[in-house]
Design a protein around this ligand. Structure first.
Ligand SMILES: Nc1ncnc2c1ncn2[C@@H]1O[C@H](COP(=O)(O)OP(=O)(O)OP(=O)(O)O)[C@@H](O)[C@H]1O
Ligand SMILES: [Mg+2]
Length: 378
């Protein structure tokens, strides 16, 4: 990453000798040397970019793999009651989606923060080296432009989201009225339905106009601010040039360094949201990993059961259920006999059987296999 940033800085810094020697001094000896240096620089930069991309991708994908393995292992250790609390689709989405988000934050964002900060530092160094006075002007003006465009893009995004919601409502309203067209006609509600649709369409229009107004005025405001900034820069740079402190090459190098910095600045300001998402996803994943596993306190292995099952006054109430699903169940199923469990749907047959492998623990009473309570307490 350091090499990457350093060669980016070296490239803009080279603009000064290129312009000064080739175009102004007409120095023939530079003719071959500088173009070759550019190729060399980009070979170095290409290698550096490849290595840092590859390394960070490897780290990020390994994070995804490790998290997936760890979370999947944990899922299968969680008690059955845990699966009543959250639908399986949510669990699968954690496995697929949350892990990706964490990887994004750990590799992509970290890589961007480091590389882009280094690039910004390198380009700032080039700028200040070429003329600190002009650079100071730029450093003061740039945040103003950044603030304006930040404010505008926020507003734009907010309005756009509202428009999308509005389009959804519009479609929903049309679908509702059309699919129930017979009812609408029976009740003579055409006028009411049309009015509802018209209101939504009106709202959509005014929102669209707001978005367009924001976008159009924003781009002209940003352009105006940028033009003012450029004018100030030219003013300062012109004075520097007249004072003999700045050559044409230095000016070009400085402007190029500034432009080369912009994509990095943009990425670095956007990185925060991806880091936030990654942190939220990591919190969800680690809360799963930190959950208690199903208790396994048994001491007596059951190699081959005789098959005697006894329920003694067993009762069960599921978590977050108001009433008991089983109350006062007592019976003995002798080995080698068949026991039929008969009852209405919802009377608790499946619940009864789930107690045998201890998917759920009875709230009261004891279940015994071959005369041994399946739950050893104390
Ligand atoms: N995982 C669960 N979490 C909460 N309540 C549950 C759960 N499983 C079942 N119940 C409730 O426990 C009661 C008994 O359900 P159970 O599934 O044991 O009935 P069943 O006799 O097997 O019914 P069916 O004949 O339809 O299979 C029902 O009121 C049901 O709503
Ligand atoms: Mg059942």
């Amino acid at each position: 990453m350091i090499l990457d940033a350093a060669s980016a800085g070296a490239f803009t810094a080279m603009m000064k000798p290129i312009i000064n020697e080739t175009f102004i001094a007409h120095n023939a000896s530079f003719g071959l040397y500088l173009p070759l240096a550019i190729v060399g620089l980009f070979i170095v930069r290409g290698l550096a970019t490849f290595l840092s991309d590859y390394g960070m991708a490897r780290a990020g994908r390994s994070v995804v793999r490790d998290l997936r393995q760890a979370v999947m292992t944990k899922f299968l250790l969680l008690p059955s009651a845990r699966f009543d609390r959250e639908p399986v689709a949510m669990l699968v989405s954690r496995l697929n989606y949350d892990t990706e988000q964490v990887s994004q934050a750990t590799s992509e964002s970290i890589k961007n923060v480091i590389t882009d900060s280094l690039i910004i530092i390198a380009q700032l160094a080039v700028m200040f080296y070429n003329s600190w006075r002009v650079s100071v002007v730029l450093v003061v003006v740039a945040p103003v432009i950044a603030l304006i465009s930040f404010y505008v893009s926020q507003r734009y995004r907010r309005l756009n989201r509202k428009i999308q919601e509005g389009v959804g409502q519009l479609a929903h309203s049309a679908e509702e009225a059309l699919s129930a067209q017979q009812e609408v006609k029976i009740y003579g509600a055409q006028a009411a339905e049309t009015r509802r649709y018209q209101d939504l369409a009106d709202k959509n229009l005014s929102l669209s106009m707001k978005v367009e107004a924001t976008r159009a005025s924003a781009s002209s405001v940003v352009q105006l601010v940028a033009a003012v900034a450029l004018a100030i820069i030219l003013l300062v740079a012109g004075r520097e040039a007249i004072a003999g402190r700045m050559s044409a090459g230095a000016f070009v190098a400085l402007m190029l360094a500034m432009m080369a910095m912009l994509p990095s600045l943009k990425r670095i300001t956007n990185v925060q949201s991806s880091v936030q998402k990654g942190i939220a996803a990591a919190e969800r994943l680690f809360s799963v990993l930190d959950e208690p596993s199903e208790a396994d306190t048994g001491t007596q292995p059951l190699v081959r059961a005789r098959g005697e099952i006894e329920f003694r006054d067993v009762g069960l109430r599921y978590e977050r259920q108001n009433s008991e699903s089983l109350t006062g169940i007592s019976f003995r199923a002798a080995p080698g006999t068949v026991t039929a469990i008969v009852g209405r749907s919802g009377s608790g047959k499946s619940t009864l059987i789930r107690l045998l492998p201890r998917f759920y623990e009875p709230s009261t009473g004891t279940v015994l296999i071959d005369g041994v309570p399946i739950r050893i307490t104390g």
